[in-house]
Design a protein around this ligand. Sequence first.
Ligand code: AMP
Ligand code: ZN
Length: 480
Amino acid sequence: MYLYNSATHKKEEFRTHTPNRVEMYTCGPTVYHFAHIGNLRSYIMEDVLEKYLRFVGFDVNRVMNITDVGHLASDADTGEDKMLKGAKREHKSVMEIAQFYTDAFFEDCRKLNIKRPDVVQPATGMIEDYIRIIQTLEEKGYAYLAGGNVYFDTSKLDRYYVFNDHKEDDLAIGVREGVEEDTNKRNKNDFVLWFTKSKFEDQALKWDSPWGVGYPGWHIECSGISMKYNGEYLDLHCGGVDNAFPHHTNEIAQSESFLGHPWCPHWFHVHHLNTNDGKMSKSKGEFLTVSLLEEKGCDPLAYRWFCLQSHYRKALVFSWENLDNAAAAYTKLLNRIAALNPEGETDQAVFDEYRAKFVQQVGNDLNTSMAVTAVFDALKAKTNDATRLAIIGEFDKVLSLSLLEKAAAIREKSAQATQTGSGEYTITGEGDPAVDALVLQRYEAKKAKNFAEADRIRDELKAQGVEVTDVKGGAVWKKI
Ligand code: AMP
Ligand code: ZN
């Protein structure tokens, strides 16, 4: 596979430390609120990447942290503690907040067909490991104590690794919005490894440590968790593009200083989902969630489809109109798949040819829009329906759009509908289950007095050249 590497700014052949084995790490959510659909864009694209790697034969060990401590409002160690902020907002304990929003996150993932990583580790479960790493960094001369906190000394590095062409000046304290100066820092890029009680008197979660009672900095958790579950050599590290600096930069600094050798060669960053008025942000308070999509009648998988249509290295603009268009295209595709006849033998040669092409197309820097196009190509393949269905099912191992399951449900529903001669609504047509399904949907929309939806379906049928005539107790349709 060829994958863009933000550490080298190049598209490179993806290689692993151990042949056929991928040690993969993903920065997990900060669980002080619901995940917004921007966060979930990152997790969808990482999920496709993981599934693609498995699809082409890698054995993947994917590890994710849950940030339930140490992430302050500013990524540069200043401002309020995010977990504390969430707990105060909801008059609950920090651990209650963490549990609630961790569960909510995985429920959203389930709805979006995002696989649960092999290892999920809450940050609070590994405090002793972080203390041990910080002690080693101190022994090696990479850490210092100031004002009660332990800092990483970036001046001790040959190179403070900075992604994505950040200019030194841009990193200056005070230049970036919301970054206050911490006078304890010896160098502007130094970061906190361990906070003591001197930071927040009302900090709920605190642990004893050689430096006093306190809690870990945000970055140390990902180094500690990855080194424990992925081992000393990580192959692939993922996150949203905002994680590149300072979070990933600092992870590299402390992991490599601790290990004494290079740590992770390949970095995968997903660009942001934005709204017309800017980046979607949890801390702004109002944001779009999966539940909100559902309340508006949108299938979460239509949102997954929407994300897959564009490349992970481009910012994606969300609007309800864009999402509606994606949802309509997704429904149309499902109806077309429903119209395929599953009976018959699969033509292995055709199947193999389509699979190989898919591997090659998607393997070009995770080209998911090509992957979506490949499904449409499969519908037009010069072969029988059973083979088309087999190909689509194969692609869906990577896309995870529930294509076959949803199409089968449409087929079943339409079969039931045409058979309900004694029931309330009988559809008489030309034996196309996809059309039957749409006619039934139109009837249900009308029954629910959703006339706009009924009209939209009628127009869609018309566009397909289908004429529907309402008759007593049902409808008759024909292709014109
Ligand atoms: P957080 O819960 O804030 O720690 O973020 C969880 C993940 O979502 C991280 O990988 C972030 O980089 C990513 N992320 C944050 N905002 C966005 C956004 N607007 N679009 C895509 N990914 C995002
Ligand atoms: Zn992380």
